[in-house]
Design a binder for this molecule. Structure first.
Ligand SMILES: Cc1ncc(C[n+]2csc(CCOP(=O)(O)OP(=O)(O)O)c2C)c(N)n1
Ligand SMILES: [Mg+2]
Length: 347
């Protein structure tokens, strides 16, 4: 952090510029349309994934980003191509926004040979080192120390590449989270830690799992500044993340951001998502739908017309269909090759 910034500095929802419908800031139209199309792509991709799961095309674990689109798009769009990204197991949306081929992502979910992890990883282990998309991890909080390690490598090699690490509210109660934040701060590493506070870890609310419910404060113990942002508003997320990405790049010191969001579906495809939350709560968050509300803002701001919105919808649906077709056409891996890629060869 810079000299002027104290660990307790933060931007709360209230301190962010208030945006009325139609107030879209100083963005180029193309950028606004890109934000919208990207969020819609995540929404429609995930809806189709859910359908494919129910058709038994996808097996195993499967966690969706529906409801969290503004957080997915607003954070990732602020990252440079040569920066690194680490996710959790809820990463389908992050993968397609990071430009992994949607067909390769869908094929991975199907367990097919042309999947981005060659069908070995499935939903929780999407990966693409070429795009510096470092995965996809099933162990809650397990990716956080790894992201600290990559940030160490970036600093050791004197590059200006930063590492964005995204994890859930539940992960902030894991020992590895605290160890990684301590090291990142002690060694002054270029880590941007992003917590998607979607209010629940499986069926357990933040208040039932964490002594500190203002999660942005959790970096403060390690002298890491914390920020909190409305994770249902793509512009708010992007604006803050963009600023902080550059700050981490310049200072080579970690920062922690809490994005306040909500998952509309259950924790995974095995959870209806209803037993531990009320209809009123879900309805209140539905009113804040990141995709629907942004579409309305673009219409009211005359950034696009309903006809344009329909055309984007069609384009997005076609891309999703192509991804499904690609996954269907790809063969399953050969059983004989089962152990291939498990260990490094010639290591
Ligand atoms: C170390 C570890 N403990 C428990 C689990 C089981 N588990 C899987 S997801 C999850 C909840 C995590 O919630 P959160 O970090 O808030 O992420 P979200 O699913 O809400 O995105 C738990 C406890 C696990 N995978 N790894
Ligand atoms: Mg959570």
């Amino acid at each position: 952090m810079g000299q002027s910034q104290k660990p307790t500095d933060r931007i709360s929802d209230a301190e962010l510029p208030v945006r009325e419908a139609g107030d879209l800031g100083n963005y180029e139209n193309d950028q606004l349309l890109d934000f919208y199309a990207s969020m819609l792509f995540v929404r429609r991709f995930e809806e189709r994934v859910a359908e494919m799961y129910l058709r038994a095309k996808i097996g195993g674990y499967c966690h969706l980003n529906i409801g969290e689109e503004a957080t997915v798009v607003g954070t990732l769009k602020a990252l440079r191509e040569d920066d690194y990204f680490f996710g959790s197991y809820r990463t389908h949306g992050f993968a397609i926004v990071r430009d992994l081929a949607p067909g390769a992502v869908m094929a991975e979910l199907f367990g097919k040979r042309d999947g981005c992890a060659r069908g070995r990883g499935g939903s929780m282990h999407l990966v693409d080192p070429d795009r510096r998309f470092m995965g996809g991890y099933g162990i809650v909080g397990g990716s956080i120390p790894l992201s600290t390690g990559v940030a160490f490598a970036s600093k050791y090699r004197s590059t200006d590449e930063i590492v964005m690490s995204v994890f859930g509210d539940g992960a902030t109660n894991i020992g590895a989270f605290h160890e990684a934040l301590n090291m990142a701060s002690l060694w002054k590493l270029p880590n941007l830690f992003i917590c998607t506070n979607n209010q629940y870890g499986m069926g357990t609310s933040v208040a039932r799992a964490s002594a500190v419910t203002e999660l942005w404060k959790k970096g403060v113990a390690y002298d890491i500044p914390g920020y909190k942002v409305n994770g249902m508003d793509v512009l708010a997320v992007y604006q803050l993340t963009k600023k902080l990405v550059e700050e981490v790049r310049r200072t080579k010191e970690p920062i922690f951001v809490e994005c306040v969001t909500y998952r509309y579906r259950g924790h995974s495809m095995a959870d209806a998502g209803k037993n531990y939350r009320t209809d009123e709560e879900m309805a209140a968050w539905r009113k804040r739908d990141p995709v629907e509300n942004f579409r309305k803002r673009l219409l009211e701001g005359e950034i696009f017309t309903q006809k344009d919105a329909d055309a984007i919808e069609e384009e997005v649906l076609a891309k999703v269909q192509d991804a499904v077709d690609y996954a269907e056409a790809s063969p399953f891996p050969d059983v004989a090759d089962l152990q291939q890629f498990v260990y490094a060869e010639n290591a």
